[in-house]
Design a protein. Sequence first.
Length: 214
Amino acid sequence: MTNPIRVLLADDHARTRALVRDALQREGGFVICAETATADQAYEAALAEQPDVCLVDINMPGGGISAVSRITAARPATAVIMLTVSREDNDLFDSLRAGAFGYVLKEGIDSQLPDAIRRVVAGEASLPGTLVARLIEEFRDREVRRVRIASGVAARLTGREWDVLELLREGLSTAEMADRLFVSRTTIRSHVASVLHKLRVSDREAAVRLFDEA
């Protein structure tokens, strides 16, 4: 007999927790090993319970994305699925950067969640089809810009430097970029300095102009 998949449920809304419990109980093959309502509680429970999967509300107190980053760093064997009502691109991209392997809209808890859990446990990603299309579109757009920039100035930016350049384009401050990428402000300043050097520009605004012209 296969052991049930152990699930940690982190969401501050009692109604959502009830919907998840009902969906998993009807499906069978799952056991909820802990329920929490804040990011700190989710992190502590993940360390204590060592679940197979964490279901994390993106907007829970303390920040769901912050919780995901901490959990995946401490428990890389635990898969994480975001629970959200958001279809915003940045929420999806931030979740993936933090280490999430799944992204389930709350409207799809009954129909999609059990299968999404099984897929991430098997090592697969699980994203809504509409968001997969948006992710592919964003990737292609970024790659086109990267090729154009690189061909124009012979720059070879690292993956994190491209992230920083794209956040500069969004107008984020050093502090905001540090929060978005879960690194220190000193690290962000170092990445920015490297980007400016490689792009052969003198300031952040010039780097953004080069990006937009690509």
